[in-house]
Design a binder for this molecule. Structure first.
Ligand SMILES: [Zn+2]
Length: 394
């Protein structure tokens, strides 16, 4: 019903959260011109509905624009309870590296389609004489409009390097693992979401088509049953690209992960929905070989998260929670790279502010997310399965 409604009003209807199973919520944006028609349909089918952003353009008008921000010049002026531009984030990362050079290294994972630097951080304990440790990979904003992801990873970085000396929990995290964090995966899209279109999701690669539509959904572009996708419309927000790994951003991250077999766990942060997800997205019936272990870790992470501010997450496979997806990063990382502990996390909220989560939720979201990742890391066994044991380091 929704599909037909959208097809008959393609420019006036946008579906943010797709319908894929009965009794799952759907988020839909309509222009005022078709709002009445939608309400009639809802009544006809006796659906439960809630109006969450009554005036989207007004909500969007409150979002800060890159150009309206003055350049911060000192790290103390950079507060973690605000969203930050790509330039501000990079500047802050280098400044933090200067202040915490014994623990933190900033490096370029690769460069984007528009030739921007994709900066990541390695955090390890100051005692560098210790042997190479297993490592954890965290990334955010593979989808440009999911600003809460980078904000969350910046909080993690700040907590890791400033609390190492006086918080035993943080010390243990860093003494046990090396941490790689990529706060802004889709750098071009992120910049575009600040300058032009707050809700932009894809990267910005030219697709050479007459419609002028650009960009690929970087979380549909990995070589995980890529060939089974059915989306060929280059204007679609989930266009997976002409071939698996056609995009520079997904290429450089996958090759970094391949070159670093010390990485034993990976978490990719998205928003929104409050889901803690495990592979697979591409199959309804296939489960990871360590399914029970991944589910137990997810249950514990979600419970640790809930204890901080009472926020409820659901956990399960991608296919169970958001529906079938081909070409996703976590399926590829699990299947092809053989990293055994792989998760996709949909951060706050559950569909009230959607992608426009207010800044006053950044810190609470980050605090509970840190509790979850701490719990998760504590459950990674010391003896690791598979062939990811190696002494290679960054
Ligand atoms: Zn996402």
């Amino acid at each position: 019903m929704l599909k037909r409604f959208q097809e008959s009003n393609p420019t006036k209807v946008d579906i943010w959260r797709q319908p894929f199973k009965p009794n799952k919520p759907v988020d839909i944006v309509v222009s005022p011109a078709v709002k009445r028609d939608l309400l009639i349909l809802i009544q006809m089918f006796r659906l439960h509905f809630e109006e969450v952003l009554p005036d989207l353009s007004e909500s969007l008008s409150k979002v800060p624009r890159a150009s309206s921000l003055s350049q911060r010049t000192h790290v103390d002026e950079f507060s973690l309870d605000e969203y930050h531009t790509y330039d501000e984030i990079n500047w802050w990362l280098y400044d933090m590296e200067r202040r915490h050079s014994t623990m933190m290294t900033v490096f370029e994972v690769g460069r984007s389609w528009e030739d921007r630097s994709m900066l990541a951080v390695k955090i390890s304990s100051p005692d560098r004489t210790s042997a190479s440790k297993p490592a954890v990979w965290l990334d955010a904003a593979i989808h440009a409009n999911e600003w809460i992801g980078p904000a969350t990873l910046l909080y993690f970085i700040q907590q890791f390097v400033t609390n190492y000396d006086h918080d035993p929990t943080v010390k243990k995290l860093i003494d046990t693992f090396d941490w790689y964090l990529l706060p802004v995966f889709n750098v071009d899209g992120y910049v575009y979401s600040w300058k032009e279109d707050r809700l932009w999701r894809k990267n910005r690669s030219k697709q050479g088509n007459s419609t002028g539509c650009v960009g690929v959904d970087l979380n549909r572009n990995w070589d995980a049953k890529f060939e089974e996708h059915t989306v060929t419309d280059k204007c679609s927000a989930i266009y997976p690209g002409p071939s698996a790994f056609s995009e520079r951003e997904s290429q450089v991250v996958s090759s970094f992960l391949r070159r670093h077999p010390v990485i034993v766990a990976a978490v990719s942060y998205h928003s929104y929905s409050q889901f803690w997800m495990i592979p697979f997205g591409y199959s309804k019936s296939k489960h990871p070989s360590n399914y029970n272990q991944l589910m137990n870790m997810s249950a514990a992470a979600v419970e640790a998260l809930r204890q901080v501010h009472g926020t409820q997450y659901e956990y399960g496979s991608i296919d169970d929670l958001v529906g079938q997806t081909f070409g996703s990063s976590i399926d590829y990382i699990y299947d092809t790279l053989g990293i055994p502990y792989v998760f996709g996390v949909e951060l706050r909220d559950r569909g009230h502010y959607c992608a426009l989560l207010p800044p006053n939720q950044i810190i609470p979201n980050a605090e509970e997310s840190l509790a979850a990742i701490t719990k998760l890391a504590s459950m990674i066994p010391e003896t690791l399965p598979g062939n990811r044991e190696s002494s290679e380091s960054q």
